[in-house]
Design a protein around this ligand. Structure first.
Ligand SMILES: NC(=O)c1ccc[n+]([C@@H]2O[C@H](COP(=O)([O-])OP(=O)(O)OC[C@H]3O[C@@H](n4cnc5c(N)ncnc54)[C@H](O)[C@@H]3O)[C@@H](O)[C@H]2O)c1
Length: 406
């Protein structure tokens, strides 16, 4: 009798919302007719399923219940047409914590079981770096849309395979470069687009910590699991942001050098990550530097460190240098000559319109899935950043400048 009751219930629902019935029958959401949210998230579990039928929400599976998972879940649930419904992690304790906090329906020990679940439309991935590309590729092949946390992959070949899988599946793949969404970044991007800086011919992008290595003994510090150290972890953020602000993703050559000077001696820990400690292996960079040449002759000086002797604990910025003005992101400032000879102005820009006032990368991702927006971070841009990261390490090993082709 149960299937008869279900069909009757679906018929009743269809009287109010025929698209909802279509969605139930096909198990594919019919996004073009999504009604506006009433903003009420305080519904009980029983009512929630019904509400989701009416709301046509995208059902998201979170893969990885570590330190950053909380901000993924909160960010996704902020969208009126998306909801995190499941979590996968090897750790039962961390899985339970996320499941309880977000009242999730399901949890999985194996990410492959979540990816195979037909009841899930999209996945958000926050795992050790070595799992990024394999899990993203498997999820796309299983018909899920994917949000992947940085860095994209261990190398450009892996990244290219993910993009191929996305294209073949016709699903949205987005790399979650959250710093592009910060208010300060959006302000500078708007000013650059308006032409306030003129031709940008040089930039400095740096994130240098004095003593900020992730917990020793975790995957972050192992080349086989992380791919690299501070350059892959935080250098990637400022590199991506810098090229985005310049509006220039055309690198032609990279000279890089990476160093391991503290972590291998058990110095410079800062504590990031929830993963458990294992044997203390530290075979990744805790300082890395690179000079990147772009096709139009512009250059980018990139520095990253987890540990470095310096005055401040943490310095993090992108600075742009143009023919009409310069800019810094933190704090947001414009630098330019004044109207009279000898005058110089340091301007705090006011009232610049934000493209994404919510500042939330997941809102953009869901809107792209719903075909209401374009991705802030395109697949091609994500691949270009990966090519530069590869080149930094290759150049460090060879001692030579690496040309970037294709
Ligand atoms: N965008 C950002 O600002 C930002 C900030 C922090 C971290 N991240 C990225 O997010 C990812 C996760 O970082 P984190 O700080 O949450 O790490 P974490 O160490 O706190 O968590 C990693 C989680 O992955 C789980 N895990 C490991 N192997 C697994 C497997 N085979 N199957 C299922 N689960 C597995 C671990 O149990 C752990 O809970 C990293 O790639 C990191 O670079 C991005």
């Amino acid at each position: 009798m149960a299937p008869v009751y279900s069909l009757f219930l679906m018929f009743l629902i269809s009287l109010f919302n025929p698209i909802g019935l279509l969605s139930c029958l096909t198990s594919r959401p019919f996004f073009s007719t999504i009604p506006a949210s009433n903003g009420d998230e305080n519904v009980n579990i029983g009512a929630r399923h019904q509400k989701e039928l009416f709301m046509n929400r995208i059902r998201v599976g979170m893969i990885g219940a570590g330190m950053i998972a909380d901000s993924h879940c909160a960010g996704i649930n902020q969208h009126p047409h998306a909801k995190v419904v499941a979590i996968a992690d090897l750790s039962a304790e961390r899985r339970k914590a996320v499941k309880d906090k977000y009242a999730l329906e399901k949890d999985f020990e194996k990410w492959s079981d979540l990816v195979a679940d037909p009841d899930i439309d999209a996945v958000s991935i926050a795992l050790p770096n070595a799992l990024h590309a394999p899990v993203a590729e498997a999820a796309l092949k299983s018909g899920k849309h994917v949000m992947l946390d940085k860095p994209f992959a261990l190398n450009r070949a892996e990244a290219a395979r993910v993009l191929k899988a996305a294209e073949k599946a016709g699903k949205v793949f987005m790399l979650g470069m959250n710093q592009r969404f910060e208010r300060e970044s959006q302000t500078i991007r708007a000013l650059v687009k308006r032409g306030d800086l003129g031709e940008i011919y040089h930039a400095k992008a740096y994130w240098v910590r004095r003593s900020g290595s992730p917990k020793f003994g975790t995957w972050f510090c192992r080349k086989d699991l992380a791919g690299g150290g501070c350059m892959m972890d935080i250098g990637v953020h400022v590199l991506d942001l810098c090229l985005h602000l310049m509006g220039n993703f055309k690198p032609v050559a990279v000279s890089g050098a990476t160093y391991t000077k503290f972590g291998n001696r058990g110095i410079g820990e800062g504590g990031w990550g929830l993963s458990d400690r294992g044997k203390h292996v530290f075979d990744v960079d805790d300082f890395a530097t690179a000079l990147i040449k772009l096709e139009n002759g512009a250059t980018v000086q990139l520095d990253a460190s987890w540990a470095l002797h310096q005055n401040d604990g943490d310095q993090h910025n992108v600075k742009l240098f143009g023919t009409a003005g310069g800019a810094s992101v933190w704090p947001v400032r414009l630098f330019r000559f004044g109207k009279k000879p000898g005058e110089y102005e340091i301007v705090e820009p006011q009232g610049v319109a934000m493209q994404y006032p919510h500042g939330n990368r997941f809102m953009n991702w869901i809107d792209v899935i719903l075909r209401k927006d374009k991705p802030m971070c395109t697949p091609d841009e994500a691949l270009t950043v990966q090519k530069i990261l590869d080149a930094v390490y290759e150049s460090s090993t060879s001692g030579k400048e690496v040309r970037i082709k294709g």
